[in-house]
Design a protein around this ligand. Structure first.
Ligand code: HEM
Length: 537
């Protein structure tokens, strides 16, 4: 419109062809009239049509989109495409929505961080709705008052300050249990042990104590159920074909039924845990846990934001979709356990491969903390090198290359490009973390690169914007306390073969789209005599 008016006034002033000017004026007036009487959506549609399309790689075919060319390591392909397509580009994964790949820190900041109000929805499919109880599990909740209320409470409940004030003992006691298990079995024979089960039990216990005030032993029936549901949740929830080919949805009924069954089990098992917290509360024995806090917040929720009235989900009326529903509390276990365990097991494999890093960290711990006490979750500022190991770990092998995609409900514009409504937005974590301009020699595991880092964001492992991982402080404290204590207590060494030669410890496989923790066999060799005494104290 501005352009048309400019042209008109120029023509008018130069006095060329009056008829033309009148016709143009009439056209503009008609245009103004029509534009003013179109509904806003139509006006927007006109505006968006004029915008440029996002750059897109070659090789898309009807129905399949880029699926054939994207291959089995999409994150590596995205990084390759990013080199020619620039900071933002679009791919078609099947026949459904546009996938927008964020390929530079500026794009992540401009879109996800700064325009969080519009880019904080989640991609929905029938299967995801079923498995998440229609968003009862927060990582799938739509953007809105319910999500905002929940995030506000959560940011407070597991903030850095609250973790230090209320939950520090959990990190301390659970790491001691882990260390004692490793001490007992970790250096018995040359074959060492696979720490997988110990690490999973430990991580689930830390999170469950913070959320429900409850922990498990590995033989507890409750623990076995939690593990089974977690496995089912990941298996059923990761069936992405419905997302890629929505027109085949009648064929997904079986999978959707299985997803609803997993959600039902979540309500049953985690519902029991919530009931235990409620019961203790009723009896005047309030537990120091997030669930207790949510229950209380719900009681005083006068505006009703903590209960999502839009929920279609109803399970025999047992809980509805509330802040403290079992699904909500279970979200912490599902979002936090696997990710943290992957980071810890990846860390153990990287440390076993690079003993010089262990020695440098041990020297730092010995100099700044000493051997007469274990390092704890509040020693972060005294142990910069140990902290740098964790940052490097989250850069080098983040637990997910894509996080959880964000979505925008409506058409949007970015830098002259049209971003279609309902696009899925993914951060190209691999591309950003292996950019040689930001991280020279990116394929080397070098904690020291973070020692002199300024305040800029060091990695994108926790996502961005309004949906950024609310458990990031918890995860960082958990990983820090565990690794600092492991480094204080042990040398993590490769197992030995029949001839007594060290067996190479595998690195987490970078080609897998979802980093899976490597199954490793390592030996935990105590560094000094204080380990057992102080862990039993
Ligand atoms: C190393 C460990 C962890 C990593 C790498 C990680 C990473 C992520 C990522 C990438 C997202 C999506 C962010 C986005 O949409 O931009 C996320 C969401 C989430 N994480 Fe974590 N996470 C970790 C640990 C935890 C822990 C310990 C908890 C809680 C106990 C947790 C709870 C959540 C929840 C509830 C969400 C959903 C938030 C929402 O949708 O608004 N995470 N996490």
């Amino acid at each position: 419109m501005t352009d048309a008016l400019t042209t008109l006034s120029v023509d008018w002033c130069t006095g060329r062809n009056g008829i033309f000017v009148i016709a143009a004026a009439a056209a503009v007036v008609t245009g103004v009239f029509v534009a003013n009487h179109l509904n806003p959506a139509d006006k927007d549609a006109e505006r968006f049509k004029k915008l440029a399309k996002l750059p897109s790689p070659p090789g898309a075919v009807p129905i399949l989109g880029h699926l054939l060319v994207v291959g089995t390591s999409p994150h590596l392909k995205f990084s390759e495409w990013g080199k020619t397509l620039g900071p933002i580009f679009a791919v078609k994964m099947g026949s459904s929505r546009t996938w927008v790949v964020h390929n530079s820190p500026d794009v992540v900041r401009d879109i996800l961080d700064r325009r969080g109000a519009t880019f904080s929805d989640r991609v929905q499919t029938h299967l995801l709705e079923a498995i998440s109880g229609n968003g009862d599990m927060f990582f799938m909740s739509a953007n809105g008052p319910y999500l905002r209320a929940w995030r506000k409470h959560t940011n407070n409940t597991i903030s850095k300050t609250r973790l230090e004030k209320d939950y520090s003992n959990i990190f301390k006691s659970e790491t001691k249990r882990l260390l004692l298990n490793l001490l007992e079995r970790g250096n018995v024979g040359p074959e060492g042990i696979d720490p997988f089960d110990d690490v999973y039990l430990y991580v689930i216990n830390v999170i469950s104590l913070i959320v429900f005030g409850k922990n498990f032993t590995k033989d507890d029936a409750d623990y076995r159920q939690v593990l089974q549901i977690t496995i089912d949740f990941i298996q059923v929830g990761s069936k992405v074909l419905e997302e890629f080919f929505p027109f085949l949805s009648p064929l997904y009924r079986g999978a959707i039924g299985r997803a609803a069954k997993v959600q039902f089990e979540i309500q049953q098992v985690f519902g029991r845990f919530v009931d235990e917290v409620k019961q203790d509360m009723k009896e005047g024995n309030e537990r120091n846990c997030a669930c207790n806090e949510y229950l209380k917040a719900q009681e005083t929720d006068e505006e009703g934001h903590l209960y999502d009235k839009a929920s279609k989900f109803w399970l025999g009326g047992c809980y509805g979709r509330t802040l403290c529903g079992p699904g909500g509390c279970a979200s912490f276990i599902f979002a936090g356990a696997d990710t943290s365990a992957i980071a810890l097991l990846g860390g153990m494999s990287m440390l076993a491969r690079q003993p010089e890093i262990q020695d440098r960290a041990f020297a730092e711990i010995k100099a700044n903390i000493g051997l007469d006490r274990l390092p704890n979750d509040m020693d972060e500022s005294s142990l910069p090198y140990t902290n740098a190991i964790i940052t490097e770990l989250l850069r080098f092998r983040p637990p997910s290359w894509f996080g959880i995609p964000h979505s925008n409900l409506y058409d949007e514009e970015y830098n002259g490009y049209h971003i279609p409504a309902n696009s899925a937005h993914v951060i190209n974590v691999h591309g950003l973390h292996f950019d040689p301009d930001t991280y020279p020699d990116p394929y080397a595991f070098k904690p020291e690169r973070h020692l002199d880092a300024d305040n800029t964001r060091q990695h994108y492992a926790f996502g961005a914007g309004r949906r950024i991982c609310p458990g990031a402080f918890l995860a960082e404290k958990l990983i820090f306390t565990t690794l600092a204590r492991l480094l204080w207590a042990f040398r993590i060494e490769p197992s030995l073969d029949a001839q007594g030669n060290p067996v190479e410890v595998p690195m987490p496989d970078i080609t897998k789209p979802t980093p899976i923790p490597p199954r490793i066999n390592v030996r935990f060799v105590p560094r000094h005599d204080n380990v057992e005494r102080l862990c039993r104290a």
